[in-house]
Design a protein around this ligand. Structure first.
Ligand code: HEM
Length: 334
């Protein structure tokens, strides 16, 4: 069955308003800090790393950057917390795992960046988000903006008791991310996959279950940094392919896709020392880059209303914080 998108007539106007709200939140945070605007969301970076994505897709899944088996793409990786605040890793939050493949030929989707040679995939620590549409997502951003104490009453005010508890329960029930090396990460929203559609996910590939002993507000950074200093880490990138709108809905990101996984590639992060001058240079560069699902070719076009809303929101955040231009090469780990 062919996948399709359902596009509401007034959505562009609505998404523009959401973009303006994201920009206002970003300015508010900058003013409170007395500094320049930073990312409107996913502000806290745990670490920036470099590595390679090696394609191993079967014949049935060779599309876009996964067309050529054995092909190795150099990548930048950014590990982050989802909040618009810089908060301790003990607070409930989304964890981000963003990939930027560099050296990818072909026309890209963002009109000002059609000749960029990058393809991004943005993943989080859960296979779904608890929001059915961008309006619910924004309602949550609004409710969460002044910290946990005000979150529940605001959610109840916006959504009603039942739905508010449902959203929070979904978030609280999710497995805690103890380490980036041992957790699965998901795009949670679909992208085109050649003529079909797919959701992608990263699963740990042989990384030790036993990691360094860490605690405190920055335990996620300490954990991944210590592991990378010790040796390489690896994940398998897999796809679920579209079946039909019931099993694999395109527009509703609160529904978990019910489809088998297909291996696409291996992500390898070689041993690297985050505290070395080169490690710090990489982390600084990654912090200034912009990761955006719309840094993509037509073959991996983001799909569904959450993705369409992101097209506006990321541009607002990225322009205001004067992110670095798209890179044309990846630094060596040193
Ligand atoms: C499935 C849904 C989503 C996922 C998986 C997701 C994931 C991510 C990730 C991983 C990052 C960090 C990127 C980095 O490391 O630089 C990020 C940043 C961001 N997200 Fe999302 N996100 C989702 C939905 C949304 C929605 C609906 C909006 C707003 C309408 C939004 C707005 C933003 C913004 C403004 C940034 C910061 C952009 C920048 O300045 O670079 N996200 N997101």
């Amino acid at each position: 069955m062919a996948f399709g998108e359902t596009i509401a007539q007034d959505e562009e106007e609505q998404f523009k308003a959401f973009g303006e709200e994201i920009g206002a939140l970003q300015r508010e945070r900058a003013a409170a800090r007395g500094g320049q605007p930073l990312r409107a969301l996913h502000l806290k970076q745990h670490h920036g790393a470099v590595g390679e994505l090696v394609v191993k897709a079967p014949d049935t899944a060779r599309h876009g950057v996964f067309s050529m088996s054995g092909k190795s793409w150099p990548v930048y990786v950014r590990f982050s917390n989802g909040s618009s605040r810089h908060q301790g890793d003990g607070e409930p939050d989304v964890r981000g795992f963003a990939l930027k493949l560099v050296g990818v030929p072909g026309q890209k989707l963002i009109p000002e960046l059609t000749s960029a040679t990058t393809q991004d995939f943005l993943l989080i620590d859960t296979p779904i988000i608890p929001f059915r549409n961008p309006a619910e997502f924004m309602m949550f951003v609004r409710s969460a903006k002044d910290g946990p104490a005000k979150l529940l009453p605001r959610l109840i005010g916006h959504f009603g008791l039942g739905r508010a508890l449902g959203i929070l329960w979904g978030a609280l029930r999710a497995d805690k991310v103890k380490s980036y090396a041992t957790h699965g990460f998901h795009t949670a929203a679909p992208i085109a996959f050649g003529k079909s559609a797919a959701k992608l996910a990263l699963f740990p590939n042989g990384n030790s279950e036993v990691g360094p002993r860490v605690k405190g507000n920055d335990y996620l950074r300490q954990e991944i940094a210590a592991r990378l200093e010790e040796g390489p880490l690896s994940w398998t990138l897999r796809a679920q392919l579209f079946i039909d709108q019931d099993k694999t809905p395109i527009e509703d990101t609160s529904v978990k896709w019910d489809a088998p996984w297909v291996d696409l590639a291996t992500l390898n992060l070689p041993r690297q020392d985050p505290s070395s001058p080169r490690g710090q240079e990489i982390t600084e560069l990654v912090s200034n880059l912009s990761f955006d699902p719309w840094h993509a070719s037509e073959e991996h076009r983001p799909l569904g209303q959450i993705m369409r809303a992101r097209r506006v929101a990321y541009a607002v955040s990225v322009i205001a914080r004067q992110a670095a231009p798209e890179p044309t090469s990846v630094l060596s780990p040193g």
